[in-house]
Design a protein around this ligand. Sequence first.
Ligand SMILES: NC(=O)c1ccc[n+]([C@@H]2O[C@H](COP(=O)([O-])OP(=O)(O)OC[C@H]3O[C@@H](n4cnc5c(N)ncnc54)[C@H](OP(=O)(O)O)[C@@H]3O)[C@@H](O)[C@H]2O)c1
Length: 246
Amino acid sequence: MSIFITGGSEGLGLELAKVYLRQGFVVGVCSRKSLTNEFIEKEIGEGKGRFFQYRCDVRNRSDLESALRQLNEIDPVMMVVANAGIDKRKPLQSGFSHYEDVISTNLMGVINTIDVAVNLLCPRRTGRIAVISSIASLYGLPRAAPYCASKAAVNVLCESLRHELKVSGIDLTVIMPGGILTKMTQPKKLSPFGALTAARAAEKCARAIEQGRRRYAFPKPQYFLFQCMKLMPEWVLSRLFKKVYE
Ligand SMILES: NC(=O)c1ccc[n+]([C@@H]2O[C@H](COP(=O)([O-])OP(=O)(O)OC[C@H]3O[C@@H](n4cnc5c(N)ncnc54)[C@H](OP(=O)(O)O)[C@@H]3O)[C@@H](O)[C@H]2O)c1
C-alpha cells in the first residue's frame, strides 16, 4: 500500500513521509522542485527504495493526477495527504498581488488534490484523505489575510466533503497545526507559545489521521488562544498583535 503526500520535499510533508516510510509504506511526494539523490540519501536513507518523488504543482490538476497514477501503478494508493501550502505575509500597503498565489495553492491546490484522490479511491470504496490546514484558520491574523482565509475555506470545504465521502467509504481528516519550525516560519516571529519541530508535528498528524479524527488541532495552548481571540476585546487584540508583529 502507498501514501501520496503533496509538498513532501521539505518541512512537515517530508517528515510525514519519513513517518510512513518507518511504518513500512511506499511513499510518493510531489513538489515544484526536484530532490537530488544526495538529498534523498541524506534525508531518507534506508527507506529510499520505497520513496518516489514527482515534480508537479498542485495548482495543475492533470500533473497531479499523472503523479498519483504513477505511484498507484507502483503500489495501490490508500491515502492522500494534501499538505502543500505557502504563506506570504505582507502588510496591506504591499498590495494584493500575492493573494492569488496563496489562494490558488492553499485552496485550489487542496481541491485539486481531493479531486484526484476521490477519483482514485471512491471506486474502491476505501481509503483516507488528510488535509493540512492551520490554527491560523481560526482567526484572521494581520498581514496574513490570504493565508488565514485560504485555510478557513479549507476547513469548511472538508466539513462538507467529510459527510459525502464517508458514504463512499473514504475517511477525511483535517489537521490544524500551530507553529512548526520549517522554512515557512523561519524568518517570522511565531506564537508566544513557541513552535514544534516538524518531526514532532508529523508524528502528531500521523496519529490523528490513523485515529480517523474529524479535526485535530495542536498544540492545545495555541488552539485555545485562537479560539479566545474571537471573544477578546479590541484593545487586548491590539496589544497582542503589537507584541507579536513589532
Ligand atoms: N510551518 C508552520 O508553522 C505551519 C503551521 C500550520 C500549518 N502549516 C501548513 O503545513 C503545510 C506544510 O507547511 P511547511 O511549514 O512544511 O512548509 P514548507 O517547509 O515551506 O514546505 C512546503 C512544501 O509545499 C511544497 N509546495 C509549495 N507550493 C507548492 C505547489 N504549488 N505545488 C506543489 N508543492 C508545493 C514545497 O515544495 P516546492 O517549493 O518545491 O513546491 C514544500 O515541499 C502547509 O499547508 C502549511 O500551511 C504549517
